[in-house]
Structures are given as C-alpha cells and as structure tokens.
Design a protein around this ligand. Structure first.
Ligand code: HAM
Length: 426
C-alpha cells in the first residue's frame, strides 16, 4: 500500500517550525491590538457565488484557482481564496453597518490552486486588515503605514512599497475604452496569455511579466491620464501624506492587483530578500464592493500579508524556543502522584513547566532536563515524598547548579517566594 501524503501545495507545520510562527503571530497581534483593531472570524467555506460576485469572474483567482465543489445538498461551495469578500459579506449580513466605522483583522488559511513554488502554496495563510466605512485619504495612509510598520517591527529589511491609483469606476471605464482600442491594434505584440485576457480581464494585461508585452505596453494609454480631477487630487494627497510620514514609495502605473474590487489606491509591499514571489503584502481601496454585494454604500480599504512569505523574511532569532523554566524529575510510587499535584500548582505562574512522565531512571530524567536547558529542576523521589518535601535547584547560564533549597510540599508560600526570587524576577 502506498504511504498517504499531503496534497501538493499544502504543508505540515511541525513543532520546531511553529516556534517562529507563534513568535511572529504574537508580534503581529500585539501591533493590531495597540491600533485598536478588532478580530473577526468568518467561515473557511463559503458559497461560490460570494467570490464570483466579490472578486470578479474574469480574475485568475475565480476563473482558474478556486477549490470549488458541490456539497451533499448540491450547493456550490468554495474554500476561501482570500478574506475581503467574506468580511464584506459578514459586515452586511450581521447588520454591522449600524456601526459604520469598523477596523477589523483576520488570520487564517486561504486556498488557491496555483503552481506551487517557494513562497507560493495552494493552502497558505494571510493576516488581513480591513478598515470599513473609512473614505478619507488619511485612512489610506493609515492602512499603508500600518502594513509598513508591522513589517518593520518584525525587522524585515529591503522592503519596497509600490503604489498606484485605479481611479473610480467611471475613470476606469473611460480608460478601458481607449485601452481596448489599443489592444485590438497591438494584439500581435502581446504574449498569448495577455491576448486571452483582452476579452476577460484587460486591465490585468498591464501587470504582465512578459518582456515583449511589457515593451509594447510602454506605448499604451495610461489609466493615470484618464483620472477625473477628484481622483487625481486624491492620489496627490495620498502621496503627499506618505511623504510627511517618511514612508518611501515607488509609483508603479502597471500595478493593478489581481482582484476586481479595487478603486483608487492600490499598493503592494515587496522584499528584495524574497525570490520571484516577492510580494509580502497587497491591498487597496474597495469603495464599491459592499454596495455591489447588496449592502449600504460603504467605502473601505485593507490589505493582507502572506504569512508564509513573512516567515521566510523574519529573523532567525524568532526561531528560538522559550526555555523550560522548571523540569520536574520524579520517580517512585509515592512521589509520582505528588509530583503531578505540584505541576498542577505551578500552572498558575507564567512559567514553562514540564513534568517528566517517562518513569525512567533519575539519571535519564536529569539528562532530559539538561538537554532542554531547563532553568531549574524539581526533584522528588520516594525519600523526599515520605518526608513531604522536594528539592528545587537553579542553574546558571552555563548549566551549573548555583542554588538549591528543600521545600515542604505543604509550604506553598515558600515555593512562591523561591519562584518570584529566582524565576520571575528580572
Ligand atoms: P492578494 O494580493 O491576492 O490580496 O494576497 C495578499 C498576499 O497573500 C500576497 O501579497 C501574498 O503575500 C499572499 N499570497 C497570495 N497568494 C499566495 C499563495 N498562493 N501562496 C502564498 N502566499 C500567497 C488579497 O488577498 C486581498 N484580499 C488583500 C486585501 C485586503 N485587499 C483589501 N483588503
């Protein structure tokens, strides 16, 4: 029989790898809490129609990459490829518009049937932030600054912010008319993929990676030149405010993003330290999405960070696990249940406590404590247990015992004092 394996493009995250994930997540969540952003959790499985209407039928995500199937009730379901459409649905469905200003975050797995490679998986994780009900240019700047600061806080270097404006719907329609004419005339200078996009999603041609197409596009009409005065001013204000905050940016007029809901501000943050999948964060404004999905007219802006890419970028110091504070070495008929009781008592402190459950010899248990670089050990055998006491021993940085005390099992006060003085004190 063949061994069972995980699906291509999915990965197991093992305990050793998860130390880094947990440390990164902790820093991220602290930043979000400090910015007064609240968590929202939406289902991983949604009606397919949500993404067709939300993200757009012509996008690669919807037309090629979704995990879609019929459930036992013959309903078409999809594993979410991203979080924004679900948050918009939840906002409408749960009457959240009664408080029209909402700052929300979510974190979890997303699914896209893409060709797996370093930094690109079929099941990946995103941390997303959505500011709903916010339409000022300041909220655009605040969102970009938040993404920038969160990444910087993690010590990530070589960050580049690319910005663009996609104008409003009418700006885009005006541009599209002229762009389509140009595409018809210049069709043969484009790669096959881009030729196929002419009818499905012409805007995406702008962000083709094909060298020939890129060269041809240099002479194509520019969306920027079709912006209304209002959209243009909005973009200038946005850039000016980024400059006040000293957030460096590069304008990229071909940055159109892969999802149809964007209006005005679009941005991506890339890192030179990643390979070809360099975009660690992408986002933008989506002023029409909530209305288009049947909700009230509600402007919004947000971003999502790809956690796999973030983990690749985050420093190795975040991989170091926290050391065990107390390792409880115990052996003997009377000692073992008392050791268990002691370990339960210790759970009220902010300590990493491990009770040895192996039943092996004292020397083996000592070795284990040593291997774990435990800061201290408790030793209880039947000799100690019959005297209703235990030994607690502290080690210095190099693993040498530098303090030892015998404490009565009944004397919780003495134990607490020892812990406070030796393990919890700075
Ligand atoms: P997105 O650009 O499609 O935007 O994805 C955001 C980030 O998720 C990407 O920059 C990348 O880091 C990560 N990502 C995407 N696909 C994969 C993959 N196959 N494997 C690994 N990482 C991946 C969105 O999803 C929007 N919902 C962002 C947003 C929120 N816009 C407004 N609000």
């Amino acid at each position: 029989m063949n061994n069972l394996k995980n699906l291509r493009g999915t990965v197991d995250l093992l305990p050793d790898q998860l130390t880094k994930w947990q440390n990164v997540e902790k820093i991220l969540l602290e930043q979000l809490a400090r910015a007064s952003i609240k968590e929202i959790r939406t289902p991983i499985l949604e009606m397919t129609e949500l993404f067709i209407r939300g993200i757009g039928e012509g996008t690669d995500v919807v037309s090629k990459e979704m995990y879609t199937f019929l459930d036992r009730g013959e309903r078409s379901c999809t594993l979410r490829p991203e979080g924004t459409a679900s948050v918009a649905r939840a906002f409408i469905q749960n009457g959240m518009s009664s408080n029209p200003l909402q700052k929300l975050w979510y974190m979890g797995p997303m699914f896209r049937y893409e060709r797996p490679q370093a930094g690109r998986q079929r099941q990946f994780h995103q941390l997303g932030v959505e500011f709903i009900g916010y339409d000022s240019v300041r909220s655009d700047v605040e969102i970009v600054a938040l993404a920038w600061d969160v990444l910087s806080k993690l010590g990530i270097k070589e960050l580049n912010l690319e910005i663009n404006t996609l104008g409003d719907v009418s700006d885009r329609l005006n541009f599209q008319k002229s762009f389509l004419k140009w595409l018809e005339i210049n069709k043969n200078s484009l790669d096959i993929d881009s030729q196929n996009r002419i009818t499905k999603n012409p805007l995406r041609i702008l962000d083709s990676k094909d060298i020939q197409t890129k060269k041809a596009l240099k002479n194509a009409p520019r969306l920027f030149n079709f912006l209304s005065e209002k959209s243009h001013k909005r973009y200038l204000d946005f850039k000016q405010q980024l400059e006040v905050l000293k957030i460096p940016y590069v304008e990229n007029f071909n940055l159109v993003r892969g999802l149809d809901y964007y209006t005005h501000t679009a941005f991506e943050i890339t890192s030179g330290a990643l390979g070809s999948q360099a975009t660690v964060c992408g986002g933008g404004r989506y002023d029409n999405l909530i209305k288009q999905m049947g909700g009230p007219n509600t402007p919004a802006i947000g971003f999502a960070i790809g956690l796999e890419r973030l983990i690749l970028l985050a420093g190795n110091e975040l991989e170091v696990p926290r050391n065990t504070d107390i390792y409880i070495i115990n052996k003997g008929y009377i000692a073992e249940p008392l050791a268990m009781d002691l370990s339960r008592k210790l759970k009220k402190y902010d300590l990493l406590v491990e009770l040895d459950l192996s039943g092996s010899s004292f020397s083996k248990q000592f070795k284990k404590a040593n291997k774990l670089k435990s800061k201290s050990i408790i030793v209880i055998g039947d000799d100690e247990a019959t005297k209703r006491e235990f030994i607690i021993r502290l080690f210095d940085q190099s693993g040498n015992a530098n303090k030892e005390e015998v404490i009565s099992l009944e004397n919780d006060f003495e134990l607490e004092k020892w812990i406070n003085n030796n393990l919890l004190a700075k």
